[in-house]
Design a protein around this ligand. Structure first.
Ligand code: FAD
Length: 403
């Protein structure tokens, strides 16, 4: 009987094994998960779960019984240590498993602060796993001082949770504006005002020189020389793809496991999906750190493992929740040369439309589900409405879909 081994029980791993079964694969499936809990969704870790408004079980992507019920051998708390491609085997926990096809869905690892600047002190956290968040939960008491390093989505979401819980929040961002890597100045401005309005001490263009403290963090010296007292620190300075296993096995890797549009690696028996990959997109190779990509790419890989031989075409979308703002993003804004701002129908709703010349690339929609939905459908159809029509509040967005 054919055996598919999947390494990494996260969003992509869970989607991949479920799709294999729903598409009729009746061979053996083994899912190797380093974490001790069944595959779960990460987005609530910096949102509802961190806020204490979500039970652990609700994070699980499938009930724990799903894997047994579908004949999937779920190996929790087990790390795959090596792949022997010539022998077609994976070593994990001192045991060797043979595979006919292998999928790598190992995700990514958060970048940490170097120990020489205090990154290894107690009280310094990253937000990647359930264990990370459970470990920092007791720190979130009203009045305590938290320093957040990094003004990307994870840092800003953590800042929103901390501010909501009554902590005193300082956020430092080395670049001259928050969200610089992912969004236009208009979106940065909007979120800056939102956080400042909630009392966050947001310092842009300010790096961290070092954390201060003996065993436990007690303060921080910032790039501009100021020293502040802190009770704990959350580091949100980006992630690196977890490609070490693939590299050691001699697969082609470059800032991620390189895959083709089928999700195949440089070894025809080995596939990859999710955060750990770098994939083709409009003539470039990109990494997509999102739930949508993890699910869609993993399902495409499952189909291709079963012989579909169909290309995967990412349709990027992403979201973020901060305070009472639900941000939805459709498309990728890389290469934009202007941004059109549109006021939404409801109070506080707004959308930013990214263009390269006349071509629509992406939409950031803040509390504006309609702008997001219309933008996403236009992008999927490869259509670009005129900028003047978008900017005009009298334009009926839905009518653009019929035009
Ligand atoms: C706090 C947080 C908030 C987020 N918010 C959003 C959001 O709002 N919207 C959005 O679209 N995306 C969000 N993301 C990103 C999204 O969660 C990821 O893109 C998605 O989880 C990627 O799925 P994956 O399966 O590739 O990786 P992961 O979900 O990270 O799963 C990989 C798994 O592989 C395991 N693993 C790695 N190496 C091995 C090994 N050698 N042996 C066994 N197991 C191994 C890891 O332990 C991990 O459990 C967020 C991420 C985080 C951390």
């Amino acid at each position: 009987m054919s055996h598919i081994v999947v390494i990494g029980g996260g969003q992509a791993g869970a989607s991949l094994v479920a799709k294999l079964r729903s598409d009729g694969f009746d061979g053996e499936i083994t899912l190797i998960c380093e974490e001790p809990v069944p595959p779960y969704q990460r987005p609530p870790l910096s949102k509802a779960y961190l806020l204490g408004e979500m039970e652990e079980e609700r994070l699980y992507l499938r009930p724990a019984s799903f894997y047994d019920d579908h004949g999937i051998s779920l190996k929790l708390g087990l790390r795959a240590e090596a792949i022997d491609r010539a022998a077609g085997t994976v070593t994990a926990g001192g045991k060797t498993l043979s595979y006919d096809q292998l999928a790598l869905v190992t995700g990514s690892v958060p970048r940490r602060l170097p120990a020489v600047i205090g990154g290894a002190l107690a009280g310094v956290y990253t937000v990647r796993t359930l264990a990370d968040v459970d470990a920092m939960a007791q720190e979130f008491a009203e009045g305590r001082r938290v320093l957040i390093v990094g003004g990307g989505y994870i840092g800003l979401e953590a800042a929103a949770v901390a501010a909501k819980k009554g902590l005193r929040v300082t956020l430092v961002e080395m670049a001259d504006r928050i969200l610089k890597r992912v969004a236009a100045p208009e979106t940065s401005d909007w979120f800056r005002a939102l956080h400042k309005g909630h009392g966050v001490d947001l310092r842009e263009g300010t790096g961290l020189e070092r954390l201060l403290g003996e065993d436990r963090v007690a303060g921080a010296r910032l790039g501009d020389g100021t020293e502040i007292g802190v009770d704990f620190v959350i580091v949100g300075v980006g992630i690196s793809p977890a490609a070490g296993l693939a590299e050691a096995a001699g697969l082609d890797c470059e800032d991620g496991v390189l895959v083709d549009d089928r999700g195949r690696t440089s070894d025809p028996a080995i596939w990859a999906a999710g955060d750990c990959t770098r994939l083709p997109y409009r003539g470039e190779r990109i990494r997509l750190e999102s739930v949508q990509n993890a699910i869609d790419q993993a399902e495409a890989v499952a189909r291709n493992m079963l012989g579909a031989d169909a290309p995967y075409e990412p349709q990027p979308w992403f979201w973020s929740d901060q305070y009472d703002v639900h941000l939805q993003i459709a498309g990728l804004n890389t290469g934009y040369d202007r941004v059109v701002v549109r006021a939404g129908e409801k109070e506080g709703a707004r959308s930013h439309w990214y263009y390269a010349g006349d071509r629509l690339l992406a939409v950031d929609a803040m509390n504006d589900a309609r702008a997001y939905m219309v933008g996403k459908r236009l992008l999927e159809a490869g259509r670009s409405p005129g900028a003047a029509a978008i900017a005009d509040p009298a334009t009926d967005l839905k009518a653009l879909l019929r035009a």
